[in-house]
Design a protein around this ligand. Structure first.
Ligand code: PLP
Length: 399
């Protein structure tokens, strides 16, 4: 068969595989081979481990003093609370719209999650935060799906009460707020290298801070036993002081994962700009439907999305269920957070919480908010196919 025949317009174009990750760059292979040959999978086996190099590179990229590579973003959040020395029973405000691992990390640290309402734009409701913050000892701002809450207002509220802000920036790598990098605004920023995030190591995470005391405590508790903190290139004095004073939770990253992330760092700017282009392109098409609203970015926010969220308006619950089913058949599975069974982002499923919360605004949002993957690697032609599928499925259920 000639190439022309293969490329003929009649040839069916495959629907993009939106649920697959992007391949790991070729550049990772030599380093992975080297690590396999030496067997140096543990970060403290050698000097200059890929984990330490990742920490240096990540801190430099973010413009902060310190980074600590760990086994997940959840581990980073847990260590943040421990590093801040929050006592057992301390109350930590989080948005009611986040992933179950976030309140879990608070429970893990013997603290109590305080759920705050989120609005139809997926962001923290400032009036509800204002109402609850006086009972809280810390805030974890989870920028869920990369939607940045109003950081000026939140930082001002926290500063007025002298309580620390931790940014859960798992889905916000590359997002800017007023020109500043998300994850650098709070006392500590936490990121994820799980496969559905912009840098994919399968599993992994990193925490960043400018505070020597916090990073020293977090390094020790992440599992830098004996004098292994010397293999971190940071704050010897503070680490030496905390040596043997803190428990070791062993939440380290392994060197293969660090090598995978390091190879993807040069890809990050492209992923961020292509992801934003794809998101804004599909958002504009979806917003032509009278049944769909895609919330805008906040004026100070420059997003780095790899998925799209939108609200369905004027549809019954049955129609919304039918819509989710129709999108699945079309190959772009939309999840409606509040309608899919056991959803880990629906707060009423977090039955492990020590205190339960009623959040009517968040609940209403979760019942109509749709979530679809939109990877940065898609071309605009593929984005059109995704937008067509999302709009056609809507046509079917509203006909
Ligand atoms: C993925 C994610 C997490 C959890 O990250 P892990 O690395 O899987 O622990 C936490 N918060 C948000 C907003 C996330 O997107």
């Amino acid at each position: 068969m000639s190439l022309d025949a293969v490329r003929s317009p009649a040839a069916p174009v495959a629907f993009p595989k939106v649920h697959e990750a992007e391949g790991i760059p070729e550049a990772a292979r030599a380093e992975i081979e080297r690590i396999l040959a030496t067997g140096d999978l543990f970060r403290y086996t050698t000097e200059n481990s890929p984990c330490m190099l990742l920490e240096q590179e990540f801190a430099q990229m973010m413009g902060v003093k310190y980074a600590l590579a760990v086994s997940s973003c959840s581990a980073a959040l847990f260590l943040s609370l421990k590093a801040l020395d929050l006592p057992a029973g301390a109350r930590v405000a989080i948005p009611g719209f986040t992933f179950a691992a976030v309140p879990s990390s608070i429970v893990h640290a013997d603290c109590v999650p305080v759920l705050v309402e989120c609005g139809a734009d997926y962001r923290i409701c400032l009036d509800d935060l204002e109402a609850k913050i006086d009972s809280c000892d810390a805030i974890i701002v989870s920028h869920m799906r990369g939607h940045t809450s109003d950081m000026d207002a939140i930082m001002a509220m926290a500063a007025a009460r002298d309580i620390p802000v931790i940014e859960d920036a798992a889905h916000s790598l590359g997002t800017l707020w007023d020109g500043k990098k998300i994850g650098t605004l709070g006392r500590i920023g936490c990121f994820s290298f799980q496969s559905y995030k912009l840098l994919n190591a399968g599993e992994g995470g990193i925490l960043i801070t400018d505070d020597a005391e916090i990073v020293a405590r977090a390094i020790i508790m992440s599992g830098a036993y004996e004098h292994n903190w010397r293999k971190h290139d940071v704050v010897e004095e503070a680490c030496a002081r905390w040596q043997n004073k803190l428990p070791l939770y062993n939440l380290r990253l392994n060197t293969l994962s660090a090598a995978l992330v390091r190879a993807q760092l040069p890809e990050l700017d492209r992923r961020v700009s292509d992801g934003r282009r794809n998101h804004d392109y599909v958002a504009e098409r979806l917003n032509t439907s009278p049944y769909i609203t895609v919330p805008d970015a906040l004026p100070k926010e420059l997003r780095a999305p790899d998925s799209i969220q939108f609200n369905l308006t004027g549809l019954s619950e049955d129609q919304i269920r039918a819509y989710a089913k129709a999108t699945k058949e079309a190959g772009i599975t939309v999840q409606v957070f509040g309608l899919s069974m056991d959803n880990a982002r629906a707060f009423w499923n977090w039955e492990f919480l020590p205190e339960s919360f009623e959040l009517p605004r968040t609940r209403a949002m979760l019942m109509t908010a749709c979530d679809a993957r939109l990877p940065a690697r898609l071309t605009l032609a593929e984005c059109d196919m995704v937008a067509d599928a999302l709009l056609n499925a809507l046509g079917d259920v509203t006909a």
